[in-house]
Design a protein around this ligand. Structure first.
Ligand SMILES: Cc1cc2nc3c(=O)[nH]c(=O)nc-3n(C[C@H](O)[C@H](O)[C@H](O)COP(=O)(O)OP(=O)(O)OC[C@H]3O[C@@H](n4cnc5c(N)ncnc54)[C@H](O)[C@@H]3O)c2cc1C
Length: 406
C-alpha cells in the first residue's frame, strides 16, 4: 500500500527512485539547501532502514575544498582519531581520522527531513522520458529523475568484498579505543581475509569477517562461528549478539568497457540519470560509496534547477569523470585478483600499509599524484613481477568470471 500523502499528479521538480544512501542523502541535502524545490523519493520497501548498514570513511577522504568537514554531523557520525592495522609482518597505528554513520541514525534524521516527500511501498516498474510508472499502476512525472535503485544485474567483470558483521555487547568494558581496520593475523582462505572491528561504545563492538574473494557466496553459519571464535581469542568471552549486517560489494576489474554502458542503455532519456552504485559511483578498491555520495550531494546543492536538463548533463559528465579517475585503481584490482596465489593476496596490502600516512590518505581519497602511482608499482613486488605487470596492463572482457578458490 502506498501512503495516504501520495499524489501522483502533484508537481515535482526532482524525483528520486529508491530511498537508499544516495537518493536519501541527496534529497535531504537538496531540501535543506533549496527548500523551494518539490522533491519526492519513491521506495519499494515498507522501511528502507530495515537492512542495517554501517557506513565508514576516512576523514581524509573529504577534500575540504569540496565539502565542509561538519557537513554530515547532522547524521551523528562516530569519530575516532586513528586506527590500527595488524598484518603478520606489520603492525601500525595510523593517525587518520575514521568516521562511521550507522544506517539507524542516518534514516532517523532522513525521515524527519524528508517527511511526506518519502513515499514507501512504491515499487517502480518502468521509467521513460520524465515519467515513472509504479507496479501499482500509478505514475509520476518530473523534469529530472535521479535513479538510485541500487545495483541490479550488472555484468561488468569484478571481484568481491564480502563480509558478515556481528554487533556484540560484552559484559565488561572491552577497552578497545579505536577501530582495527584490518586484522590479517587470521587464517587466510577464500582470497584476502581480515577482521574489521569498530568500537561503538564502551561495551559494544562491530566485528566483521571480510574477504576480497573471487566469488560472491557467503556461508553465514561458518562466518558467524569464525567471528565468535575470534572474539573469544580477543578476550571477549562473555558477550551477546545484538545485531548483524552482511554485504557483497563489487570490486571492478579493469576493462575497456564502462560500468555506465549498461545503465546508459536504460537511461537513454536525457533527464533520467542513474546515481550511486547503479552508476558505478563508488571507490574501486573498497566498493564503498558514502564519500562519493557526500561530495555528489554537496555538488547537487550548488546546481540551478531552473534548467533540469543542464543539471542532468553535468551529472552525467561528473559520473564519466569519476569512472575514468578510477581506471588506475581498477588496474590495481587486476593485480590483486589475477596475479599471484590468492592465499598470498594479503601481502599486497601489507606492503601498501608500509607507505607514508599522507600517501595512504590520498589513496583512499582517490587523490593519488603521478609519483604516488609510480611508487605503488616500484620496490620489491608483493606478487610475481611478470604476472603483476600482465594483470595491470590486460583489460578484462565483459562478464569475465574469476576462477573459484577455497
Ligand atoms: C552491510 C553493508 C555495509 C557497508 N559498509 C559501507 C561502508 O562502511 N562505507 C561505504 O561507503 N559503503 C558501505 N557499504 C556500501 C553502501 O551501502 C552502498 O555503496 C550504498 O548503499 C549504495 O547506495 P545506493 O543509494 O546507490 O543504493 P542502495 O543504498 O542499495 O539503495 C537502493 C534503494 O533502492 C530501492 N529500490 C530498488 N529497486 C527499487 C524499485 N524498483 N522501486 C523503488 N525502489 C527500489 C531499494 O529498496 C533501496 O532502498 C556497505 C554496504 C553494506 C550492505
Amino acid at each position: 500500500m502506498e501512503t495516504a500523502e501520495e499524489s501522483p499528479h502533484q508537481s515535482i521538480d526532482v524525483l528520486f527512485l529508491g530511498a537508499g544512501l544516495w537518493s536519501c542523502l541527496m534529497a535531504c541535502k537538496l531540501l535543506e539547501a533549496q527548500p523551494h524545490l518539490r522533491i519526492t523519493v519513491l521506495e519499494q520497501s515498507e522501511d528502507p532502514s530495515a537492512h542495517r548498514r554501517t557506513w565508514s570513511f576516512h576523514q581524509s577522504d573529504l577534500d575540504v575544498n569540496q565539502l565542509p568537514p561538519e557537513w554530515m554531523d547532522e547524521f551523528k557520525p562516530l569519530k575516532w582519531p586513528g586506527y590500527q592495522i595488524n598484518f603478520p609482518a606489520r603492525k601500525r597505528r595510523l593517525s587518520i581520522g575514521y568516521r562511521m554513520i550507522s544506517s539507524d541514525s542516518f534514516y532517523q534524521k532522513a525521515r524527519k527531513l524528508l517527511g511526506n516527500n518519502l513515499i514507501t511501498n512504491a515499487a517502480v516498474s518502468e521509467v521513460s522520458e520524465n515519467r515513472v510508472l509504479l507496479k501499482s499502476g500509478k505514475s509520476y512525472h518530473a523534469p529530472l529523475i535521479l535513479d538510485g535503485r541500487g545495483l541490479s544485474n550488472h555484468s561488468y567483470p569484478r571481484g568481491y568484498q564480502k563480509f558478515l558483521g556481528l554487533q556484540i555487547k560484552v559484559k565488561e568494558r572491552h577497552n578497545q579505543q579505536e577501530p582495527i581496520l584490518m586484522d590479517v593475523t587470521v587464517p587466510q582462505h577464500d582470497g584476502f581475509r581480515f577482521v574489521y572491528t569498530l568500537p561503538l561504545d564502551d561495551k559494544r563492538l562491530l566485528v566483521e569477517d571480510t574477504y576480497y574473494a573471487n566469488g560472491p557466496e557467503l556461508d553465514m553459519k561458518t562466518l558467524q562461528q569464525g567471528i565468535e571464535a575470534y572474539c573469544h581469542r580477543q578476550g571477549w568471552q562473555d558477550f551477546e549478539i545484538e545485531d548483524q549486517e552482511s554485504g557483497v560489494l563489487p570490486i571492478p576489474l579493469w576493462s575497456k568497457d564502462s560500468w555506465l554502458k549498461e545503465t546508459a542503455i536504460e537511461g537513454q532519456s536525457l533527464t533520467h540519470v542513474p546515481i550511486g552504485m547503479r552508476a558505478g559511483m563508488f571507490h574501486p578498491t573498497t566498493g564503498y560509496s558514502i564519500v562519493a555520495a557526500m561530495t555528489s550531494a554537496y555538488w547537487l546543492t550548488q546546481q540551478d534547477f531552473s534548467e533540469p536538463q543542464a543539471v542532468a548533463v553535468a551529472l552525467r559528465r561528473r559520473q564519466q569523470e569519476m569512472w575514468e579517475k578510477g581506471a588506475y585503481y581498477r588496474r590495481l584490482n587486476n593485480m590483486l585478483f589475477l596475479a599471484g596465489d590468492a592465499s598470498t593476496r594479503y601481502q599486497v596490502l601489507q606492503k601498501f600499509y608500509g607507505h607514508p600516512v599522507d600517501f595512504i590518505g590520498r589513496f583512499y581519497g582517490q587523490r593519488l599524484k603521478w609519483f604516488d602511482k609510480l611508487m605503488m608499482l616500484t620496490g620489491k613486488p608483493p606478487v610475481p613481477l611478470l604476472a603483476g605487470l600482465a594483470a595491470f596492463f590486460s583489460p578484462m572482457r565483459e562478464a569475465y568470471e574469476l576462477p573459484s578458490i577455497k
